[in-house]
Design a protein around this ligand. Structure first.
Ligand SMILES: *Cc1c(COP(=O)(O)O)cnc(C)c1O
Length: 499
């Protein structure tokens, strides 16, 4: 019986068809030729992107070709693989490379980051620790990220992660362990049993990754209190204080406040100063979710909104959002590096190399053991633009967002739902003449209708009780004409839906 009819036996070398190139047939020259072809393919793709529909639903054949792709028995030459990528993959992007993409918080890739990805893959280290370039570069770019957003950065005070969801788990684990330690318990040894419930405070605008982290860390989402926000979407400090005092009086253990440096709904930035005061007074860990918005601090026009950010115990943020570092790249920054090490290190302290500068392995500070070389694409992205170029790009986005807010405000058919604090514009179609339920239904259906038209891409969300559209400006190549087109498309799509 052959492998083909059972699908079960271990294939022997002689089962591989001889006419297909095996590893030993592969030469450095093959690679060089294919790499040149790849450079052409990718350059054409990026150059042609702005002139193509932002997004189109895939037709059934194209989708099936990918979904049902059979496991190849033999290999194919690199040139054929590139042709297949050009034909079957590149024509069907998510849309976020296009300057008329305003959906979620997904940016166009920074060109320097795209190039660096190839070199990083060629080296393919595990950035867990050791004396190789990637490890040292990660320490440098984490420091750069901290400097860009004005967060204090003790040596080794942070690490790159897959995204903010993972950075949040890392930071909240350290927060949880510190609270338990201060209550005389070692969670790593004993678990949570026997501790009074640890309570954290969020708002209705807080990203769901915080709840996910709380659940995974055994805290229970029931013990995340939703604190009120003001009309500007920012955390109400008086309500926070009242909630903390209530929980303490009830014998619970308040330990964590999560504030936002740019909420995902409206881009609101919490007022960090008063929150940090309360956290200091009440011995609470202040974590800031800056996934989307922390880099907004680079724009002098809105930098004042971030005052006090540097007082947080931890900050999670995403270079793969506003900086355009190709996915994936999040970052966890902590004020006190030892908190992370205390939570994640499995190297006994008596074996650690505590000599000056000996920070140990990144794997002692987070969840990953084998770790990708994320630092090179961060290095390239920041080094290509420099601080000044990044600040200009970000200021351009906040400027475009304010302009879009003005255009919405000036339009009788549309309604601006929140002050534009960073680069997210929350708005809806007024649908005059419709009752509130029908208006909500229209606004819920609008994003998909706009997307299908292919000229712009916008997504929706709920804000409080209501359905809305939200446009996120992350691309400095977007123009004011693109903004006008976005609003025209929203209104045309609404007309079609109502007809
Ligand atoms: C994107 C986002 C997250 C989650 O980050 P990932 O990188 O997707 O894991 C958390 N908070 C905010 C505000 C975000 O915009």
């Amino acid at each position: 019986m052959t492998t083909e009819d059972t699908g079960a036996e271990t294939p022997r070398t002689e089962d591989f068809p001889a006419e297909h190139p095996l590893a030993e047939d592969f030469s450095a020259e093959d690679f060089r030729a294919a790499a040149h072809a790849a450079a052409e393919l990718v350059s054409d793709y990026l150059a042609e992107l702005p002139g193509r529909p932002v997004w189109q639903p895939m037709d059934d054949d194209a989708r099936r070709a990918l979904l049902d792709a059979p496991l190849p028995a033999g290999g194919r030459p690199l040139a054929e693989l590139l042709a297949a990528i050009g034909q079957d993959v590149l024509p069907h992007p998510m849309g976020n490379g296009n300057p008329r993409f305003f959906g979620w918080v997904n940016s166009a890739p920074a060109p320097a980051g795209v190039l660096a990805t190839l070199a990083a893959a060629a080296m393919n280290p595990s950035s867990a620790g050791g004396d190789h370039a990637d490890v040292h570069l990660e320490r440098a770019v984490v420091r750069w990220i901290a400097e860009l957003v004005g967060f204090p950065h003790p040596a080794g005070g942070g690490l790159l992660t897959s995204g903010t969801s993972m950075a949040t788990i890392v930071c909240l684990a350290a927060a949880r362990d510190r609270a338990a330690r201060r209550a005389g318990r070692d969670i790593r040894e004993d678990g949570l049993a026997g501790l009074p419930p640890l309570v954290g405070y969020v708002t209705g605008e807080t990203h769901s990754c915080v709840r996910k982290a709380a659940e995974l860390l055994g805290l229970g989402s029931r013990h995340l209190r939703t604190v009120a926000t003001g009309p500007d979407g920012r955390l109400d400090t008086a309500d926070l204080r009242a909630a903390v005092e209530r929980d303490r009086a009830a014998g619970l253990l308040p330990f964590l406040v999560v504030a936002s440096a740019g909420t995902v709904g409206t881009g609101a930035v919490d007022e960090f100063g008063p929150i940090a005061d309360l956290c200091e007074e009440q011995d609470l860990w202040l974590h800031v979710d800056g996934a989307y918005g922390a880099f907004g601090r680079l724009d002098p026009a809105i930098a004042h909104r971030y005052a006090g950010l540097e007082r947080a115990d931890s900050l999670a943020l995403d270079p793969h959002k506003w900086l355009g570092v190709p996915v994936d790249c999040g970052c966890a920054l902590v004020r006190d590096t030892d908190e992370l090490r205390a939570t994640f290190s499995l190297v006994p302290s008596y074996l650690r190399d505590e000599a000056a500068g000996a920070l140990g392995w990144f794997s002692e500070y987070g969840t990953e053991q084998t770790r990708p070389f994320r630092a090179l694409k961060v290095w390239a992205t920041i080094a290509h633009r420099g601080r000044t170029g990044l600040a200009r790009d970000i200021a351009r986005c906040t400027d475009l967002a304010r302009r879009l807010g003005e255009l919405v405000r000036a339009d009788d058919e549309l309604e601006l739902l929140a002050e534009v604090q960073t680069s997210i514009v929350a708005f809806r179609h007024r649908a005059s003449g419709l009752d509130p339920a029908a208006r909500d239904a229209l606004n819920r259906d609008l994003p998909a209708a706009v997307q299908r038209r292919g000229r712009v891409f916008v997504t929706g969300a709920r804000l409080g009780e209501h359905e809305m559209l939200r446009a996120c400006l992350l691309n400095a190549a977007t123009t004011e004409d693109d903004l006008r087109l976005l609003l025209a498309e929203v209104k045309d799509a609404a007309r079609d839906l109502l007809a």
